[in-house]
Design a protein around this ligand. Structure first.
Ligand SMILES: [Zn+2]
Length: 119
């Protein structure tokens, strides 16, 4: 059984969430132009165009992950408001502070999370 998070820890994680959200939002803004459909330049070789399209598909996948993470961050903020933050949504145990420092948007404890991943 883990200890409940202290008010100071919650405040720290609240700040982490805000910082993470700002960083990821900026990342999405920065890569917005690059994610637009590839313009086929007449002077570009076929190979460099394929390179560009390949890079872009990676960029798009990363952007999807980033926007999914932003959704999770917003949900975590809601849980903070409702004072349910830091509790596992599956088993209701306290999620360790260390885990929340690494993933402030986590809604499950490590045990439940890995149970999920393995099927
Ligand atoms: Zn759990």
């Amino acid at each position: 059984m883990e200890l409940e998070l202290t008010a100071a820890q919650l405040a720290e994680l609240d700040a982490d969430l805000a910082q993470l959200k700002a960083r990821l939002t900026a990342l999405l803004t920065d890569t917005e132009l690059q994610a637009k459909p590839v313009k086929l330049k007449d002077n570009a070789s076929r190979l460099s165009r394929m390179d560009e399209m390949h890079n872009q598909s990676i960029l798009r996948a990363n952007r999807n992950l980033t926007s999914n993470r932003l959704t999770l961050i917003d949900r975590a903020k809601d849980r903070l408001d409702q004072r349910t933050y830091g509790r596992c949504s599956s088993c209701d145990e306290t999620i360790t502070f260390l885990r929340l420092k690494a993933y402030p948007e986590a809604s499950k404890c490590l045990t439940c999370q890995s149970d999920n991943e393995h099927g």
